[in-house]
Design a protein around this ligand. Structure first.
Ligand SMILES: C[S@@+](CC[C@H](N)C(=O)[O-])C[C@H]1O[C@@H](n2cnc3c(N)ncnc32)[C@H](O)[C@@H]1O
Length: 230
């Protein structure tokens, strides 16, 4: 197996080290969680519209997981649907913020601090699992595979994962800059085929691929359904 590369150097390192490095870079502290909660209203609205267009109809009380939850906007939306929400984030500031957001809106949910690469739940514990705006932080396909495998483990029926499509204005611009200058973006674009190649052997097929704005914005939500018990 080829060792992955650190996002910072071209020296091959162990997969766990890369996960640790990436994790340190992405983890939200108090300052970033506030910044995230107050991101541009138009950007937030467009991302939430993508979430709403992607989500399946589920009955009230359906057990769902938002991982990672960040500042809790998806947890809030899912709790407002009447679903039974669990949420997790590596940053305790993010978990605290999400917990408070739910309480302030007279909603409930279980919010934990934890690592999405090693979650505490049983296999197929949740009817739906959503992982929004995380996978693009990981520069290596092996890390992304590890993440997808863990998400698929706890998802019983529905698995939604956002990714940045390479077939977009931003994706092509970053690719061109890399070819011309060797400079990599911190945001990693992933093909839908890569997601499918990991999830299909685990029993999931693609139900739909929803773009924020196809070919213009890179952000997509891939919605997978479990079709076999693997
Ligand atoms: C860009 S935010 C997205 C949050 C949320 N899904 C949203 O879109 O509002 C990424 C989040 O991933 C969390 N994170 C990074 N690595 C993680 C890991 N290994 N396990 C759990 N959370 C992680 C960070 O703390 C941060 O809150």
């Amino acid at each position: 197996m080829t060792p992955p590369h650190s996002p910072y150097t071209e020296i091959p390192v162990m997969l766990d080290d890369v996960v640790a490095l990436s994790r340190d870079r992405v983890k939200m502290d108090e300052k970033t969680v506030l910044r995230y909660a107050n991101r541009k209203p138009a950007k937030h609205a467009a991302e939430m519209a993508l979430v709403e267009r992607s989500m399946p109809d589920l009955p009230a009380g359906a057990r769902v997981l938002d991982a990672p939850c960040g500042a809790g906007r998806l947890s809030l939306w899912m709790a407002q649907q009447g679903w039974d929400v669990s949420a997790m984030d590596l940053g305790s500031a993010a978990a605290d913020f999400t917990r408070k957001l739910l309480t302030d809106n007279a909603l409930s949910g279980e919010v934990d601090v934890g690592d999405v690469f090693a979650m505490p739940w049983e296999r197929r514990e949740f009817k739906l699992v959503v992982c929004f705006r995380l996978i693009h932080h990981f520069p290596d396909a092996q890390i992304r595979e590890k993440l997808l495998t863990e998400l698929a483990r706890v998802a019983d029926q529905h698995l939604l994962v956002s990714y940045l499509s390479p077939w977009s204005y931003t994706g092509l611009k970053r690719w061109l800059r890399y070819r011309l200058t060797g400079r990599r973006s911190r945001q990693n674009h992933t093909s839908l085929t890569e997601l499918q190649s990991v999830l299909e052997p685990l029993g999931f097929i693609l139900a739909r691929d929803v773009a924020q704005r196809r070919y213009f914005h890179a952000l997509h939500m891939a919605y997978f359904i479990r079709v076999s018990n693997r």
